[in-house]
Design a protein around this ligand. Structure first.
Ligand code: TZP
Ligand code: MG
Length: 214
């Protein structure tokens, strides 16, 4: 069973990997986020601080997919087409510096929906001409401590420009805090994608509800 893309899934989009929750059980973190009502989950496990081995990654990914599906939430894999296909993910998310987007679209067409990171007008304009992309991820909105090689901060004004130019739904990402959620939606963005707002939340239910209701 696959969960098809729909724009409402971008409202409360949780991105996480083992590197984001050191000393914690990623599966338990995702379970709690699902119980709180996240609308999409992206497994983004990478970098020197990942706590998973290459052998563990697909095992955990399958567990996370099952949990997501039990909650009718799409399971998206970041950057790794092979993993995404192997674990029958619903979607793949690709960055500008990841595997070539056109190649990914060809590899996954009819199997997985596709998200693509676009951080400036040139990237949006180029992406608009490519068929087979379902949504864009745009940011960072503010300084983020969760991605060392993040693009320059675009702010709300930058997000507004990208949303206006985009021919597909845009989910905002990067450095987002709860006080920005309403302003982000006012740009026309379909929602917010976050790591730390959820992993650091002291009131998970309230945080996720704020994302959904923004
Ligand atoms: N892509 C652009 S910024 C970012 C990613 C994965 C990190 C988002 O994490 P946080 O903690 O919500 O700023
Ligand atoms: Mg990437």
């Amino acid at each position: 069973m696959k969960i098809a893309f729909n724009v409402a899934q971008l409202q409360a989009y949780f991105v996480c990997g083992s590197q984001d929750v050191p000393g914690q059980d990623l599966v338990a973190v995702v379970k709690a986020a699902l119980a709180a009502g996240i609308t999409a989950f992206q497994f983004r496990d990478k970098g020197a601080n990942s706590q998973l081995t290459a052998a563990q990654r697909p095992v955990i990914a399958r567990q996370l997919r099952e949990l997501c599906h039990a909650a009718q939430v799409p399971f998206i894999v970041d950057d790794d087409v092979e993993l995404a296909v192997a674990v029958a993910a619903d979607g793949i998310h690709v960055g500008q510096s990841d595997e070539q987007i056109q190649q990914v679209i060809q590899q996954v067409q009819g199997q997985l929906f596709v998200g693509y990171s676009c951080s400036n007008l040139a990237e949006i304009t180029a992406a608009n001409r490519i068929g087979g992309i379902d949504y864009y991820g745009s940011g960072p909105i503010a300084i983020t401590g969760s991605k060392a090689d993040a693009s320059p901060v675009i702010g709300l004004a930058g997000l507004q420009k990208l949303v206006t130019a985009a021919t597909r739904p845009v989910v905002a990402i990067g450095g987002i805090t709860e006080d920005q959620l309403a302003a982000i939606r006012q740009t026309g963005a379909a929602g917010s994608a976050v790591i730390s707002m959820i992993t650091q939340s002291q009131q998970l239910q309230r945080t996720v509800t704020a994302m959904r209701q923004a």
